[in-house]
Design a protein around this ligand. Structure first.
Ligand SMILES: [Mn+2]
Length: 273
């Protein structure tokens, strides 16, 4: 069974980004519970942005899980990147991710490396950048291991990174360094731009896929674009995927409607699995 999750952003600077809920964490958790989600995914400004005990209490009370926590605030708020040219900046980026791995671990949740991967260029060669990224994934994956959670690495579309755009490239990066505690995030929006076929891309990721961003072709909630979900769900079933289908989508037309639309699509496509 593939459980459902919905994103909550507390990062004001990311306003306009693809997160379903905003502003009020408690209200979002309660509404997610009411709609029938299994979990929430949290995009927070930093490791001290929320009262961990209070959020744990809310999750226990509602029976929801924390599916994952994002680390993108390191880029959005602090301009940090794991592939910065400056070693000092790379160290700061790793320190920030480590603090978010610790934060997620309080909820038994893995952290996601998305925009923090950065990009090559501006005097940094592609191979050097991939070397920095690979080394960071090894180190941070090891850090996550003590909590019995993986680290999640997300290939992004070409407008957001030039490092890994497809599942196959993500697999190649992990396998080139025998990285074992890092899994791939298959974001259907990015895959719709980069993969020859989304279902084939999921098969390329295979056992490496540990998280899915469930969203439509235009980054609106599932069911509001032209994504063909049947072959996608069939491919996930084929590879034995049992992680979350997490709604990282625009709050279109508004957060509540986006969450409702998502859970309806989730039931339609994953309900029979
Ligand atoms: Mn994503």
């Amino acid at each position: 069974m593939i459980p459902s999750a919905v994103t909550i952003s507390l990062v004001e600077a990311a306003r306009g980004g693809p997160f379903v809920y905003w502003d009020d964490l408690e209200a979002a958790i309660r509404e997610a519970k009411e709609l029938g989600f299994d979990a929430v995914e949290l995009f927070a400004p930093g490791p001290d942005a929320v009262d961990v005990e209070q959020v744990k209490g809310l999750l226990t009370e509602t029976g929801l899980k924390m599916a994952a926590v994002g680390t993108g605030a390191g880029m959005v708020l602090h301009r940090l990147s794991l592939t910065a040219v400056s070693e000092d900046q790379r160290t700061k980026a790793k320190d920030f991710v480590r603090s978010m791995i610790d934060f997620g671990a309080a909820f038994d949740a893995p952290a996601i490396i998305g925009s923090m991967q950065g990009r090559w260029g501006d005097g940094l060669e592609r191979d050097a950048a991939l070397g920095f990224l690979g080394n960071a994934l090894v180190e941070l994956g090891e850090h996550a291991k003590q909590y019995n959670v993986p680290l999640i690495y997300e290939p992004l579309n070409r407008y957001e990174t030039n490092l890994c755009n497809t599942m196959a490239q993500g697999v190649a990066l992990l396998e080139s360094r025998n990285i074992t505690n890092v899994v791939l995030l298959a974001d259907l929006f990015h895959m719709n731009i980069e993969e020859v076929g989304i279902a084939d891309g999921l098969r390329d990721g295979g056992q490496h896929i540990g998280h899915v961003h469930f969203v439509d072709s235009n980054r609106r909630p599932a069911g509001c674009g032209h994504m063909d979900y049947a072959p996608i769900v069939a491919a996930l079933k084929e590879i034995g995927y049992d992680g979350y289908a997490s709604a990282e989508a625009f709050p279109w037309p508004d957060p509540s409607a986006a969450a409702r639309q998502t859970i309806e699509s989730y039931r339609k496509y994953f309900g029979a699995m």
